[in-house]
Design a protein around this ligand. Structure first.
Ligand code: C2O
Ligand code: CU
Ligand code: CU
Length: 526
């Protein structure tokens, strides 16, 4: 099999020329290129790295973790130091792991000289423990978050949620996984040897400058489409090679990208089995040979490699531009994520026979969400400046801050990115919901591109897309739903017992540049 290093990917000459002709060489921060590398640095595939488990102090069901946010340097390319942000390490953070029923205490120290936050994405918890923009941690301060885990086993994650800085901070490394186990989750016969046959994979796309630094928001479409790059990292490693140790692998695939939607498939189109999505198990493994994974989504899959071949996990096309007439232009400009990308290689030649089989069934979730119980249906309209009420393209884009360099600011109701006509204002609570109540949210997307919509504090189910029930793979518990251009998606959720009349939770587009520019709102639970 032909192996490409991330660098060669990154340097694809065709991509480079396309880009130059589209934006003009003068404004271009050239992508990181080979001439800064000494001979021998183009290697035959980087080794896969299993993210370390965060050390936990456990006392019965009390579990505590210490996280330290740092600025750092990380070698994505051998011999080249890239300035990064990290949590207990140089890029990304360790995997937190705890069990349903545990009360976790997480001490987060901010060692940066800027404000930071860490939000527990996918977690049900009191608003003041959520780690959103209202729990800003000042430099050299420690924030303590404590909550009981009351939800089912699943692969959740954590990341920076700093007002207007989420995109940049996550892009440079402020993210990690948080795995929840429960009493039944180890009884399902699934691969569960961490790092051996139960393998977390955080997928991120990045763009590098000539000097090895991360390139963020340098091109016109970066703010509009969200930040995308053609170098793919898995757990912070450029297109790694995973030497499979067992013939049945459980991959916890997490899209930790700022914006990109992947359409995942294996190079030989082999089938695989989806066993869980964002917040828990499906009722049974579902066989497929390709699956879409939007920003912030997670799926767990079982992969049979007993034929001991070498295969590549790829993104075959991106769906992020589907249904976007005007985005065809962006695709031609080489700005869009329509290209095929190699994500990681899996070399199963040395894999040992696994005791595990693909189970016939998993289990039913105990979280019942009954549409008849819904007390209200709320409507959310996702809008972008050039197509929504905000007026025509140029005006909306300019006002919304697309042309501005550095952090964007609140643009009020005239902003480029809006929900129900309003851009995020940290001093405005958009609505209140009642604790223990069930609601239906109807999200319609009147913009020309897809947006992954996320709600804090709940696990929801998708009721329908344009009136049609979702496919079975999307039927599990979720906290992110991709809403395509022109689509109306209905989700149902039950708000837990936690309430706080003052401190809100967020709902937003998980394209982090959209969130930072205003496609976000706040609700309280009373
Ligand atoms: Cu993944 Cu508001 O967050
Ligand atoms: Cu979240
Ligand atoms: Cu968006």
């Amino acid at each position: 099999m032909k192996q490409k290093s991330g660098l060669t990917n990154n340097l694809s000459r065709r991509g480079f020329i396309k880009t130059v002709s589209a934006v003009g060489a003068a404004t271009l921060l050239a992508p990181f290129s080979s001439h800064v590398l000494a001979a021998g640095t183009i290697n035959k595939g980087n080794a896969f790295v299993v993210p370390p488990l965060a050390p936990a102090q456990r006392n019965g069901q009390q579990v505590s973790f210490n996280l330290q946010i740092n600025s750092s340097q990380h070698q994505f390319f051998r011999g080249v130091n890239t300035p990064t942000l990290g949590i207990n390490q140089s890029y990304l953070g360790p995997v937190l792991r705890a069990k349903r029923g545990d009360t976790v205490t997480i001490n987060v120290r901010n060692g940066l000289n800027e404000v930071a936050t860490l939000h527990w994405h996918g977690m049900t918890l009191p608003a003041k423990m959520d780690g959103g923009p209202h729990q800003a941690i000042q430099p050299n301060q420690t924030w303590q978050s404590r909550f009981q885990i009351r939800q089912e086993a699943g692969t959740t994650w954590y990341h920076s949620h700093t007002m207007h800085q989420t995109g940049r901070q996550v892009y440079h490394g402020l993210a990690g996984l948080f795995i929840i186990d429960d009493d039944g989750s180890d009884q399902l016969g699934l691969p569960n040897d961490y790092g051996i046959d139960d393998i977390p994979c955080t997928l991120q796309d990045r763009r590098f400058n000539r000097d090895g630094s991360l390139n963020y928001l340098s091109r016109m479409p970066d703010r509009m489409m969200g930040m995308q790059g053609s170098t793919v990292l898995v757990n912070g490693v450029v297109t790694p090679t995973l030497e499979a140790k067992r013939t049945v692998l459980r991959l916890r695939l997490h899209n930790g990208s700022n914006a990109r939607t992947y359409q995942l498939a294996f190079s030989d189109n082999r089938p695989f089995y989806v066993i869980a999505n964002d917040c828990g198990f499906l009722e049974r493994p579902l066989q497929t040979d390709s699956i879409r994974l939007a920003a912030a989504e997670r799926i767990e899959i079982l992969l049979d490699v007993s034929d001991k071949k070498q295969i590549t996990l790829k993104s075959i096309t991106s769906e992020s531009n589907s249904g976007m007439p005007m985005m065809g232009m962006m695709g031609m400009m080489g700005m869009m994520s329509s290209q095929e990308l190699d994500i990681m290689l899996i070399d199963a030649r040395q894999a040992q026979p696994s005791q595990r089989k693909i189970p016939m069934s998993l289990r039913q979730s105990s979280l019942v969400l009954n549409p008849k119980k819904a007390v209200t249906t709320r409507k959310f309209e996702l809008e972008m400046g050039m197509m929504g009420r905000g007026g025509m393209m140029g005006g909306g884009m300019m006002r919304g801050g697309m042309m501005r360099r550095g952090g964007s600011r609140d643009a009020g109701s005239g902003g480029m990115f809006r929900i129900n006509g309003k851009s995020m204002d940290i001093n405005r609570i958009d609505f209140a919901v009642k604790r223990n109540s069930t609601e239906i949210w109807e999200i319609s997307n009147t913009s020309p591109m897809a947006h992954p919509f996320h709600v804090h504090n709940v696990q929801f189910r998708i009721l329908d897309r344009n009136g049609i029930a979702p496919n079975a793979i999307e039927a599990g518990l979720k906290d992110v739903v991709l809403v395509h251009a022109g689509e109306v998606v209905r989700i149902i959720m039950a708000f837990p017992e936690y309430s706080d009349p003052k401190i809100p939770y967020m709902y937003h587009c998980h394209i982090l540049e959209h969130e930072d520019q205003g496609m976000m709102g706040q609700f309280v639970v009373v």
